[in-house]
Design a protein around this ligand. Sequence first.
Ligand SMILES: Nc1ncnc2c1ncn2[C@@H]1O[C@H](COP(=O)(O)OP(=O)(O)OP(=O)(O)O)[C@@H](O)[C@H]1O
Ligand SMILES: [Mg+2]
Length: 377
Amino acid sequence: MHIAHLSLANYRNIDSAEVALSPGLTIVHGANAQGKSNLLEAVYLLATARSYRAQSERELIAWSAPHRALAMLAAKVRRADGFVDVRVGLQAGEGETVRKQVRVNGVPNRASDLVGVLNAVLFSAEDLDLVYGSPQGRRRYVDVMLSQTSPAYLRALQRYQRVLTQRNALLRNLRDGRAREDELAYWDGALKKEAAVILAARHAAIQLLAPLAAQAFERLAVAGERFVLTYAPTAPTADATTAAALSDAMQHALERTKAQERAMAQTVVGPHRDDIRLTLHGQEMARHASRGQARMGALAMRLAEARFLAERRHDAPVLLLDDILSELDPERRLLVMAETSRYPQTLLTTADLRLVPDAALAGARLLRIAAGRVDPD
Ligand SMILES: Nc1ncnc2c1ncn2[C@@H]1O[C@H](COP(=O)(O)OP(=O)(O)OP(=O)(O)O)[C@@H](O)[C@H]1O
Ligand SMILES: [Mg+2]
């Protein structure tokens, strides 16, 4: 798929932009702090219904907007099955609250219905956290990917989160003697049910992703190093794949950790505590990888994500490359641009056009951004 047109109003430092886009490579260039990342963030928000970097959605509405009232984002997307119009309005409410209005082809929708209409993969300098950072970032990696391909997954994840919050509240009440033991059974049942859906999808996803990431790593890295990605569950599942077996595994893990969760008054096993283990030659990357290796690992994971989305959706995603060239050596820059050229559309930002390999620059369209104004170059 590709984005044919992008419209933004009162989004961060972009007061107003109407940008016609075409398939292939588009390079958004400009000095630091002009709005390059903001533009890509807006596209990613249209794909996933959230910002990947704002603490509060209020940050997204332009400071210059009257009373910081309303930001608008819209894209006309050409998909394999035709054109789709996606639109998000962010309306400032009381205090820090923001009301999100979502429309797909003009029809009001829930934010969760927006997810997956436009598919995008974001590559950014912060991706290094996939390797060095906490398990939370790696869980988000699979969760965002799976949510883009399966609304049922996103809903299970949201229900799991709600059940978890309730169950943890009950554990605190039990500790304080304000609840009865038998109240737990209901929440155990609800937790197991959603956990089984999440675990089944994550296991299947990792099975597909692991070889894709290993192949991408081989194409990018200097020597033929073995990059292995495995799902590391806190509730041991053996080789269980059915919902019933995964639910049982979760039940056993809850029983096994009963003492610990009572002591801590929180749920200590389950999808919210799981990790994705990354190794190179069998060595834990978080501890042993060089920065270059970590960077290649993260890039390989993003390239695997792109292939995953392309396969699951039968339509290749839009690639968003935010300022990643400056961290790579010239040969790696060439390899990454060659990899991404296999996709229908790539939006790349850079503060320095000289970093773009000639071969990529030759066929690219340029957009210049200065103080939030976007103009063709
Ligand atoms: N709600 C907002 N209203 C107005 N300006 C904002 C808002 N949020 C962020 N900005 C500003 O937008 C500017 C551009 O940010 P952005 O991250 O897009 O820059 P960039 O072009 O990617 O720069 P760099 O090359 O340093 O990565 C920053 O100066 C930031 O302070
Ligand atoms: Mg930036």
